[in-house]
Design a protein around this ligand. Structure first.
Ligand code: ATP
Length: 354
């Protein structure tokens, strides 16, 4: 069964969030008509520029904020209709991890992980039974008597994850959980999230400004821009064929997407006589196996420069991206476009250079 055939873990229907004016601050619409579903069992990423509304969206899920309009359902439960007791129950079914870990420095590792269970009124013996396997799961059972100050950033996040899992949630919210970590530690935390997702069937909803993280770990992604979802779908599809300007801008920092700086600086929107067109080609599956470059050169019948290129994979699916430049005359452009269409290549004209 695919994840999308299940009822969603989270659904937003017509959700808006308006913050009223306060003091010197003007009223602000942080979310504006969000319709989106997070599939059960998925690892879904929400990406967007700073201030786009990502944190507000995630705070609606655990009831820390309330929607001004529309409905937020978590596993079918209408979050906006819950009273305080209902919210407490909901929050026990949702784990959360944070950029700065939010561990209590005065508590040992064990006691940090035990905290949500103590709050839920779980007895000592049951806490012992639950916490040690969790510490084992995150690979830190040997650190149970240590204090957060004695741990590395990656270890602190592992404890944050163990704590988030203590009440056996069905949904894990991650707010920039790897943003304070170095790339290697980030990778190990992402591997842990993938394991938890696969082994425990936990749905993960993460917000991040790190496109590498989204690429490495998510199955689905939604792009938010000024309070609206402007693009969403399978991460592979959105990342290899972004349709919205905001998505393209967010992805432009990924290795292989970056143009050499001098070229990027000199890119023009429209060609002058003698200019070359700079075009990104994206290819998938069987296309990736064909000798495209030599075929392109013989089809276009002129010099084709390769400017940047990468072969990579998203969620285990390979794709390639190649940036080429060729004379921007009507004849060559026509021949190139025919070649791209005949070979099913996804293309984007990035601009023109002299
Ligand atoms: N309590 C509040 N009162 C007024 N405005 C708010 C409040 N909370 C958030 N906002 C505004 O709503 C917008 C969205 O904020 P939000 O924190 O959701 O963005 P974000 O995408 O998570 O940004 P970042 O990546 O910088 O954390 C921002 O312009 C922010 O100033």
């Amino acid at each position: 069964m695919t994840t999308s055939s299940l009822s969603p873990m989270v659904s937003f229907t017509g959700v808006s969030k308006h913050f009223p004016a306060s003091g010197s601050g003007a009223a602000f619409t942080a979310l504006d008509g969000i319709d989106y579903s997070v599939a059960k069992g998925s690892i879904t990423g929400i990406i967007g520029r700073s201030g786009a509304g990502k944190s507000t969206l995630i705070r609606l899920v655990n009831g820390l904020e309330h929607a001004s309009n529309g409905k937020v359902l978590v596993d079918g439960v209408d979050v906006g209709a819950l009273d305080e007791a209902g919210l407490r129950t909901l929050r026990r079914s949702i784990g959360m991890i944070f950029q700065h870990f939010n561990l209590l420095s005065s508590r040992t590792v064990f006691d940090n992980v035990a905290l949500p269970l103590e709050i839920a009124g779980v007895g000592k013996a049951a806490i012992e039974k639950r916490v040690r396997p969790l510490l084992d799961l995150v690979g830190l059972d040997d650190k149970h008597a240590r204090y957060p100050s004695e741990l590395s950033g990656g270890q602190k996040q592992r404890i944050g994850i163990a704590r988030a899992l203590a009440t056996e949630p069905k949904l894990l919210l991650s707010d920039e959980a790897t943003s304070a970590l170095d790339p290697e530690t980030t990778q190990s935390i992402l591997d842990l999230l993938k394991t938890i997702n696969a082994d425990l069937g936990l749905t993960v909803l993460l917000i991040t400004h790190e496109m590498e993280v989204v690429k490495a770990v998510t199955s689905d992604v939604a792009v938010i821009d000024r309070g609206r979802i402007v693009e969403s779908g399978r991460t592979f599809d959105v990342f290899t064929q972004p349709s919205h300007e905001t998505t393209r801008a967010l992805l432009s920092g990924l290795p292989g997407s970056k143009l050499p700086e001098a070229l990027a600086r000199n890119l023009k929107q429209s060609p002058s006589a003698g200019d070359r067109a700079v075009v990104r080609l994206t290819f998938f599956g069987a296309t990736a196996e064909r000798p495209l470059v030599s075929q392109l050169i013989s089809s276009v019948g002129t010099e084709v420069n390769i400017i940047a290129g990468t072969i990579d994979e998203i969620g285990g699916e390979p794709y390639g991206s190649l940036v080429v430049a060729y004379a921007a005359t009507p004849e060559t452009s026509g021949r190139a476009e025919r070649f791209f269409a005949e070979n099913g290549l996804v293309t984007e004209v990035l601009g023109y250079v002299a």
